[in-house]
Design a protein around this ligand. Structure first.
Ligand code: ADP
Ligand code: S3P
Length: 280
């Protein structure tokens, strides 16, 4: 088992039992806009960097869906690992859990692309469901409990579907009912050091994360303090995940002393390790 990843194998889940190619016939609830991605990975022409850049863009032309760049090596490894893992996933959904800023959305989009799965960000689905454009506004106009109730309904609906990668909100793990939904799929905890989380969130601003937002003071210091308090409350919940991907362990394994060197695609490759280890 890779140093960076621990997996609690589920009986029968990885043994490839049943027909691995069962087509997904789950009804897609009309209110979910499914993000389909272009495929296959397109080899870019840029050879100035240490390898040709692969540009992967989404076929859906909605605003704001960013493009993902891989190195050619990473793209080939990702494609191979995805091909190896798909039969064992057995069309089950992958739920990414982890603190705010851990990369659930960024890494989740990569996983969906290489797996040929659909990607959902549960926060976005809650915003669509309640007709309010941001999580922060939902907290402000209603309450956190109202948000959490809708978050649970979204996870319940998603749990009836197949072949999805779901980026959950950082607090989804605090409600046991949410685990009952997510456990129908495979849950992966992206475990990122609090310092890196605080730096990432300070870089984009805390306004989008109401539990961290404050009007004054050093954004990094305030974010770090609040993330530390939240993590203390939640770490046991995150540990319920089927697999933990520790960026600290990955960095050590790769000879780095800082997780900021780990690209989203390098992390996505590590997400595939638990399944690979169980296949041979
Ligand atoms: N491996 C990474 N290295 C550097 N920045 C990252 C990495 N993964 C995500 N980020 C950045 O961190 C911020 C939060 O990422 P996001 O995927 O939205 O996290 P989450 O969905 O867990 O809240 C974004 O600005 C994103 O670009
Ligand atoms: O940790 C949390 O309680 C939350 C995390 C957020 O999602 P991200 O993890 O995508 O930031 C969002 O669901 C809301 O602000 C609450």
């Amino acid at each position: 088992m890779d140093a960076g990843v621990g997996l609690r194998a589920k009986p029968g889940a990885w043994a490839g039992l049943g027909n691995p190619r069962r087509s997904s016939t789950a009804r897609v609830p009309v209110r979910f806009a499914v993000e389909k991605f272009a495929r296959p990975l397109v080899l870019g022409s840029d050879r100035r960097s240490c390898g040709a850049k692969l540009k992967v863009s989404c076929s859906r032309k909605s605003a704001g869906i960013d493009k993902t760049y891989y190195s050619a090596d990473e793209a080939l490894v990702l494609k191979q690992k995805a091909e190896d893992v798909v039969p064992y996933l057995n069309d089950r959904c992958i739920y990414l859990v982890g603190m705010m800023g851990s990369g659930k959305t960024t890494v989740g989009k990569i996983l969906a692309e290489v797996l040929g799965y659909s990607f959902f960000d549960s926060d976005k689905l809650v915003e669509k469901a309640v007709g309010i454009s941001s999580v922060a506004e939902i907290f402000q106009l209603h309450s956190e409990a109202f948000f959490r109730d809708n978050e649970s309904e979204v996870l319940r609906d998603l749990s009836s579907m197949h072949r999805l990668v779901v980026a959950t909100g950082g607090g989804a793990v605090i409600r046991p009912i949410n685990w009952s939904y997510m456990k129908k799929g495979s849950t992966i905890w992206l475990d990122v050091p609090l310092d890196a989380l605080a730096r990432r969130i300070a870089a984009v601003g805390t306004a989008s994360r109401p539990l961290l937002h404050q009007e004054s003071g050093d954004p990094y210091a305030k974010a770090y303090a609040k993330l530390t308090a939240l993590f203390e409350q939640r770490m046991d919940s995150y540990a319920n995940a089927d697999a933990r991907v520790s960026l600290e362990h990955i960095a050590v394994k790769q000879g780095h002393n800082d997780v900021t060197t780990l690209t989203p695609s390098a992390i996505a490759i590590e997400v595939f390790f638990p399944w690979s280890n169980l296949m041979y």
